[in-house]
Design a binder for this molecule. Structure first.
Ligand SMILES: C[S@@+](CC[C@H](N)C(=O)[O-])C[C@H]1O[C@@H](n2cnc3c(N)ncnc32)[C@H](O)[C@@H]1O
Length: 424
């Protein structure tokens, strides 16, 4: 199913947009209109089982409004559009058919005359290409839009787009940590947030010219979401700073965590095992003489993820790990919390450690500090999930440790990168 989320504030054309979507969609859809601090006139409310309205009592701003819609969405795919857009017939089918993992699609943008509810055909070209200017603002790229060679590319990577319509897998929205109202503010630079977070995790944004949407481009006086954009402008700089720092950290091209496992030799530890997937990869690809796979399979203090999983599933993971790791004689599952197990290991006794337990700050920080002490000079200290998502604080903890100790980390080239360094 495709969930279509429409943030709206005092919108004149919301009902037109919803009717258009219902008429043009060819797949199973749900439409979620989120009314940011206003009510629709009763004659404009669309009564259709596919349509839901959510109402924010007080205006929350664009990001929170979209997030509220996504929170109740149930589709495998997610499309967000403004409340004043028209679509091509079967737009949903074309987008779903062209989905690829990590891909975000933006249909070709046309111009809408909302009063006539028709596409404006005044000789101006369709909008496919924007470029980011020095202030990271997306500006129309006339040359690229005119280029006949580029016109032949029906699906083409782009670096900038307008936030009025985008399509992705719903899970990707959460994996990328979208949309972050706390740091980026109520609105502004949503497209940039989506683009940079996506490429940071080896995703990509494409223009899909096989379908289109037409957008009513409001002038300043007509804008209804008028929240201040200064916070997003400021945060954009902070975010990009980190983005470029990360890029310069040494991402090894096409070097995956399976390749990292090949570097694991001798005696080592994996913290956080779950079903044993990575312990198995280490045994199959590395040369461990002993691998301690440490996981309490319990509900550690305030570890949200374990608590969401619950005791029963933790037990099932434990049984699964026992089965999976049985063939590997070097592997020993240690059912203890990391900070309890660590006391059983002497300083500088290990050749490698891979940290992937709780991703909350306190846990990752303690894990790095304590387990790094157990690794011999020349051994490898590594871990999973060096990226920002939900409550995960791996990046902050790893960066803090490395800054204090003057360490330069390396990253694997993946959507969920692993980090590592050689202990001095
Ligand atoms: C992301 S999963 C590990 C996945 C595994 N490393 C892999 O790649 O296949 C995180 C695991 O950390 C475990 N965990 C949570 N808190 C922990 C702690 N304090 N010590 C050790 N493991 C912990 C959870 O029980 C969960 O199984």
């Amino acid at each position: 199913m495709l969930s279509i989320v429409i943030p709206a504030r005092d919108e004149l054309y919301l009902s037109h947009t919803i009717k258009d979507i219902l008429a043009k969609a060819e797949t199973d859809i749900e439409v979620i209109a989120v009314l940011d601090g206003y009510w629709e006139k009763s004659e404009n409310v669309i009564h259709d089982p596919r349509v839901k309205y959510l109402h924010n009592g007080t205006p929350l701003g664009m990001r929170e409004t979209i997030n509220r819609g996504v929170a109740i969405a149930t589709g495998k795919y997610l499309l967000k559009c403004d409340a004043h857009v028209m679509f091509a017939e079967g737009f949903d089918k074309v987008l779903i058919e062209n989905h690829k993992n990590g891909r975000i699609q933006i249909p070709t943008r046309k111009r809408l005359d909302p009063v006539k509810w028709e596409v404006i055909n005044d000789g101006r070209l369709d909008i496919n290409y924007l470029t980011l200017d020095e202030n990271y603002k997306g500006v129309l790229n006339g040359n690229m839009n005119k280029d006949p060679k580029l016109a032949e590319k029906k699906i083409d990577r782009i670096e900038a787009f307008q936030g009025s319509c985008w399509f992705m897998k719903r899970g990707n929205y959460f994996n990328l940590g979208l949309l972050d109202a706390e740091n980026w503010g109520p609105m502004g630079h949503e497209a940039q947030e989506i683009y940079f977070k996506s490429i940071m995790r080896n995703g990509h944004v494409v223009r899909n010219k096989l379908t289109w949407y037409a957008h009513w481009h409001k002038n300043k006086e007509e804008l209804t979401f008028k929240s201040d954009r200064s916070k997003s402008r400021e945060y954009m700089k902070v975010f990009l700073d980190e983005f470029y720092k990360r890029r310069d950290k040494g991402v090894k091209k096409s070097f995956k965590r399976k390749d990292l496992a090949k570097m694991f030799k001798g005696v080592g530890v994996e913290i956080g095992v779950r079903t044993g997937a990575y312990s198995e990869i280490i045994c199959q690809n590395g040369e461990p003489t002993r691998l301690y796979s440490i996981d309490p399979y319990a509900l550690p203090y305030r570890d949200k993820r374990s608590r969401t999983i619950g005791k029963e599933r933790q037990e099932a993971f434990y049984q699964g790990a026992i089965e999976k790791l049985k063939p590997y004689k070097c592997c020993k599952i240690v059912r203890k919390e990391s900070m309890v197990a660590v006391a059983d290991f002497d300083y500088e006794s290990l050749d490698f450690v891979y940290i992937d337990g709780s991703h909350a700050f306190d846990y990752v920080m303690c894990d790095i500090i304590e387990w790094a002490k157990r690794v011999k000079p020349g051994g490898i200290v590594a871990g999973h999930d060096y990226y920002k998502f939900r409550d995960a604080e791996v990046v902050t903890a790893v960066d803090t440790y490395c800054k204090v100790h003057g360490i330069k980390i390396q990253l694997t080239d993946e959507r969920t990168p692993s980090w590592w360094f050689v202990k001095k």
